[in-house]
Every structure is written in structure tokens, then in C-alpha cells.
Write a protein of this length. Sequence first.
Length: 167
Amino acid sequence: MVEQETVWLTRDAYDLLSAELDDLKTVGRPKVSAKIAAAREEGDLSENGGYHAAREEQGQMEGRIAQLAAILRTAKVGEAPDNPDQVGVGTLVTVAYFGDEDDTEEFLLGSREMLGLDTDIDTHVFSPQSPLGSAVLGAAKGDTVTYTAPNGKVIEVTVVEVAPFKA
């Protein structure tokens, strides 16, 4: 069995994902089941486009249900700090790369699900378990930290800014 990584969520993101899961189970499943039953009544299933489309929809929905259940099962819920002095889950972090201080990167420390379902924000997200995420976790503005990239290269970054994330 594969161990799943903790998914960091704000309370709002957790509630939204829980509501989506509940809706899929209580409304989506019966609706798709009714479509499949209606298509079955039409006869020959081998050439029944409606039946195959409904089965495809069912498969996609069941995949989403499984995905949401896994996210919620491994979720750790917390709120982004209002005035972060240190990098923590739910903060927007800007780092500068050593040797090229003009090369900065801003990212959310947490999980993509923290962005919300209908958020149109183009923000990079790093988990606290990622090499960069674990290196900056707990660092303050002005701190310099190092981490080992997946290719084995040691990278040094300076925390330029820390701000609370607001979806």
C-alpha cells in the first residue's frame, strides 16, 4: 500500500471539497444511475451511444469521488496565519535564488486544493514535504536556506517576503 502525503487545507477549502463530495454522492450518483437505467431500456447496448456516454460520465464521477475522499482522508486543516513572521502552511512566499537575486519566485506553501475550486489564480504551489517547501518552512524574511533539488544540485535561496494567502 502506498503511503499518502498529507494535504494541507484551509477550513474553507476543506468545507468546499466536503460539500462537493457530498453532492456527488447524493445527487450525482443517482442522476447518472437514472441515465444508465433509461439507456438500458432502449435495448441493444452495443450500439447505444447514450448508454456508453452515461457509463463514461459515471467512471469520471467515481474517479472524482475517490480523489476527493483521499484528499479529505489525508487532509490536515488549518488557517493561514494573519500576520506571518515565519513561513508556514498557507503563506505566500517569495524567494530569491543565490547568485541571481533578481530571479525570484512566489509560491503558496500548502496544496493546490487550498486555492479553491473556482480560483483563477496562477500560483505555484509547493507542499511542505517538497524539497523547497521543507527548506523554507519556519524560515523568516531575510533568512537564507539550502535544499537539494531532485537532480541532486544544492540550491540556496533567501526568503524575500512572507504574506498570508487569501483565496
